[in-house]
Design a protein around this ligand. Structure first.
Ligand code: GRF
Length: 213
């Protein structure tokens, strides 16, 4: 368990925000987890409309608004503090998370990636590119991964994965749509698992304690 208090989640997103909505809807009536803030780095991101429709406060905070990384991190931290945020879920967030934020929220930041990491991850591997690379490689399975966030792209300890078969008639778009459905299901599951379990991090492994009875 990350904290005995309920998780008060901020979702960071740069794009359409379907994962943001899946999390917000799933946890709407949960006593132990709630999505109470959306943070985007893009004024035109579709996620902002979703946040408005769902009545969840949203902020646009981008490194380009600040003259130094320190100012940027301070602004992020004070906004998160104002909303009482104790957990961050990245969902299609295309900016590197500054180390000041990772230090403060160590093992309390997750990301979702549309492949079975460590395959098809890393800098520049996002959106359609991931699925095109999967098809180019000829692999028969892809999937979705939820992992804890560290200082690199897509390398943090893996919390949950689910495979998705690749079909002969797949295009990057068809594959993306099938993987996205799985993402919407496993992202809330992974956060629930972290909230409700005792776990430890050993190297890159997340070891969830087995409960008897
Ligand atoms: C998802 O495929 C997620 O895995 C990746 O970015 C995409 C975001 O989609 N990190 P959405 O904005 O949540 O619809």
């Amino acid at each position: 368990m990350i904290t005995s208090k309920p998780l008060n989640v901020a979702v960071f997103a740069s794009g359409g925000g379907s994962n943001f909505e899946a999390l917000a809807v799933k946890f709407k009536d949960s006593p132990s987890i709630g999505v109470s803030l959306c943070v985007s780095n893009r004024r035109t991101a579709g996620v902002l409309e979703r946040a408005e429709r769902l009545g969840i406060p949203a902020l646009v905070i981008s490194p380009s608004q600040f003259t130094s990384e320190k100012e940027y991190v301070d602004a992020l931290l004070s906004s998160l503090d104002e909303h009482g945020i104790n957990f961050i879920a990245l969902a299609g967030y295309l900016k590197m998370i500054p180390s000041g934020l990772i230090d403060r929220y160590r093992n309390r930041i997750t990301n979702i990636h549309p492949s079975l990491l460590p395959a098809f991850g890393g800098k520049g591997m996002y959106g359609r590119r991931v699925h095109a690379a999967v098809l180019d490689a000829g692999v028969q399975w892809t999937g979705a991964t939820v992992h804890l966030v560290d200082e690199e792209y897509d390398t943090g300890p893996i919390v949950l994965q689910e495979p998705v078969p690749v079909g002969g008639a797949d295009t990057p778009e068809k594959l993306a749509a099938r993987v996205l459905k799985v993402e919407h299901r496993i992202y809330p599951m992974a956060i629930e698992l972290l909230q409700s379990s005792d776990f430890e991090i050993k190297g890159r492994r997340v070891i969830i304690a087995e409960h008897s009875g």
